[in-house]
Write a protein that binds this ligand. Sequence first.
Ligand code: C2E
Ligand code: CA
Ligand code: CA
Ligand code: CA
Length: 278
Amino acid sequence: AADDSRQSIRVFQPDMNQVVQERLRLENDLRDALRTNKLHMHYQPQVGSDPDTGLLGLEALTRWQHPELGNIPPAKFIPLAEESDLIDDIAFWTMDHACRQLAQWRSRGLPIPRVAVNLSAVNLQNPGLPGKVAAILSACKLQPCDLTLEITESAVLHPDQTIGINVSALHDLGILLSLDDFGTGYSSLGHLHHLPIQELKLDSSFISDLEHSTTAQILTRSILQLAENLGLHVVAEGVETEKQREFLQRQHCNALQGYLISRPLPPAELERWLARQD
Ligand code: C2E
Ligand code: CA
Ligand code: CA
Ligand code: CA
């Protein structure tokens, strides 16, 4: 038995080293990319479900084009950043970038109502967050109502003291707070009424099931109804088909985001998309 375990360790070790080394390499490369401004942003439009409403805002999504490994999706580098000390740098880099882009677009007369930036739960634990957000806004000469911060359920469901203070401070600044991936976690709308949240992003898993599952239809309908009664704005995520759009419009979902409207786009392509509207 002793021999067996030694052997299994010998067999296992090189792989583990590889995993750890790969991770360390990516972490260092990400640190480098941040320092040398090698990340970039894509922007995905959010439009009113009522076709007359038009563009309501853009979600800023961070992109990392690795010099050797190519595009690394956020689903890979965001968790890596969360587990190292890089996630705050990413949040501030992203916010700074998105706000400057919005200010630049506005100065050129492009009618973009607001921009939304994603925050990790870890970002909400930083006591410096509200001050930094206010500084970025004022450096770009933007108003708090120009910015939405998307936060996840897990962050606000079991808030520690700092998170509670930060969420209140951001709300008091006048920033719109949006609950991302709503419906995938454990929060019910009942949990949310005491939180200063003005918007829900209905997770794409509901939307993709709409055409085939009456349960998804019933759930979506009742979430939309409750949200409306509570005065919450709802953005449906991952809208890909005309049928989904029709259903959501009929049920008074406020806003739509997804490939049906547009994929997330680099700034120049977003400008071309905007020019094609109305
Ligand atoms: P998310 O916030 O839920 O963002 C929506 C994701 O769905 C994006 O993936 C977007 O490209 C994708 N998507 C949009 N419309 C459709 C559609 O119609 N169909 C399908 N199948 N997908 C659609 P992306 O850009 O890969 O981002 C993945 C996640 O990474 C985001 O999920 C967000 O949680 C996180 N993320 C991205 N950028 C940042 C960032 O700067 N900071 C933090 N903390 N997280 C970020
Ligand atoms: Ca989001
Ligand atoms: Ca989401
Ligand atoms: Ca998601």
